[in-house]
Design a protein around this ligand. Structure first.
Ligand SMILES: CC(C)(COP(=O)(O)OP(=O)(O)OC[C@H]1O[C@@H](n2cnc3c(N)ncnc32)[C@H](O)[C@@H]1OP(=O)(O)O)[C@@H](O)C(=O)NCCC(=O)NCCS
Length: 183
């Protein structure tokens, strides 16, 4: 595992429904099997395959944050840094852990990671039929800024959604590129 973000570690919460050992941390190649299982549990179409997940985990421009219960992973957010914009590749929470605020927490941490890397905005694409995810992003302040017909291989349209990020001043340890490496 790469260096942990101080603020990611501070997300440990011993009082909520996630259990005493739950921790949001950086993912690495040792999580590959769990990430494949999350893809299968959470997506019917357009799943990332094992090779794609491995590519993301190894990519120095990507950051993977995983929610670790101590026994398994219950959620993941994958980020790709494209110049000064952070792109959310995926966010997923296993069905048994939904509606407890986990995706909200992971997305907020993702935004802080992006801010720490100097990003001025964060963006994503979401199927126009994925009402749960659209509502999640809307509640987090993301706005629809585009409609992409037949964006997905299975034919669904997508919305592109984005949110500006305020500049922050962070310690050099957090803002350094090395701290974001997942491997
Ligand atoms: C979308 C997803 C990540 C949400 O995860 P979650 O941990 O349940 O989300 P949260 O608990 O943080 O929900 C925050 C808010 O989002 C909205 N929301 C989340 N799920 C919703 C649903 N099924 N229906 C309507 N609104 C929903 C609500 O406003 C919710 O607040 P509330 O619970 O106080 O009403 C999860 O349902 C999931 O993994 N889905 C499958 C994968 C996917 O579609 N990912 C997104 C595309 S990449």
């Amino acid at each position: 595992m790469g260096l942990d973000y101080p603020f990611a570690l501070s997300e440990r919460d011993k009082t909520d429904a996630r259990g005493p050992a739950a921790l949001l941390r950086l993912g690495d190649l040792r999580d590959l099997g769990d990430l494949v299982r999350i893809e299968v549990a959470c997506f019917r179409e357009g799943r990332f395959q094992r090779g794609q997940l491995r590519w993301i985990l190894r990519n120095p421009h990507a950051v993977v944050l995983v929610e670790d219960t101590g026994r398994s992973l219950s959620g993941v957010v994958m980020l790709l840094f494209e110049s000064r914009v952070c792109r959310v590749l995926s966010v997923a929470v296993v069905p048994s852990q939904r509606r407890h605020g986990l995706a909200t927490k992971m997305m907020r941490t993702a935004e802080r990671v992006a801010q720490a890397r100097g990003c001025s905005g964060i963006r994503l694409e979401v199927s126009t039929r994925n009402l749960a995810a659209i509502e999640l992003y809307r509640t987090l302040g993301y706005k629809v800024d585009g409609h992409l017909p037949a964006y997905y291989s299975w034919g669904d349209d997508a919305y592109s959604m984005s949110k500006p990020l305020e500049a922050v001043h962070t310690s050099s340890a957090v803002s350094s590129g090395a701290a974001a490496s997942p491997s």
